[in-house]
Design a protein around this ligand. Structure first.
Ligand SMILES: [Zn+2]
Ligand SMILES: [Zn+2]
Length: 178
């Protein structure tokens, strides 16, 4: 584990959300958002309506900006987001998690909680000087964000699809050369 569990969860969710905006958009229905909510084990308020979906969709460029920012720039964004949401960090414990941080009320709108959780996670990334854990997909044609939490920093592609496409291309290139 590179970061605390809740930090890794928040980063993973933020990267998935930011990448969902790439073509083809994979967050277009309230059902898509419900799956995202369940798969990342969010708790708290989840209205499940179109307004919430639209608000979460609108977060995606903001998430992309912080996840691809330089370290000092990320500091500015984190401080701005926490001030804007009047974040007040506290430790909480609820199923299925052990002690972790919540920094806004559980009944705050989902988009607010996503923004604050991402900012709290980026605090860890910035403090440990691990911005290099975030990067862009090694596929030339892909703008996906890569979160590399592997021990040997070996993750290069944003998705299994990008990894496979490049493995096939590399294989063909070797065969053509051989
Ligand atoms: Zn929680
Ligand atoms: Zn990719």
């Amino acid at each position: 584990m590179v970061f605390a569990h809740d930090t890794e969860q928040s980063l993973g969710a933020a990267v998935e959300l930011a990448n969902s905006a790439l073509e083809p958009d994979t967050l277009t229905t309230v059902t898509d958002l419900a799956s995202f909510f369940d798969s990342w084990r969010y708790t708290g308020r989840h209205t499940g309506d179109v307004a919430e979906l639209e608000a979460v969709r609108e977060l995606r460029p903001r998430l992309r900006s912080i996840l691809t920012a330089g370290r000092d720039e990320a500091v500015e964004i984190v401080n701005g987001w926490l001030a804007e949401a009047r974040a007040l960090p506290r430790l909480v414990r609820h199923e299925p998690l052990d002690w972790h941080i919540h920094a806004v009320d559980d009944d705050s709108p989902l988009p607010t909680r996503i923004i604050v959780e991402t900012a709290m996670a980026m605090i860890d990334v910035i403090r440990t000087d691990e911005m290099s854990r975030l990067g862009l997909c090694a596929d030339d044609a892909c703008e996906g964000i890569v979160l590399d939490l592997s021990r040997n920093r070996s993750k290069r592609y944003c998705s299994v699809a990008c990894g496979n496409r490049n493995a096939v291309a590399a294989y063909r290139a070797r065969r053509a050369a051989g």
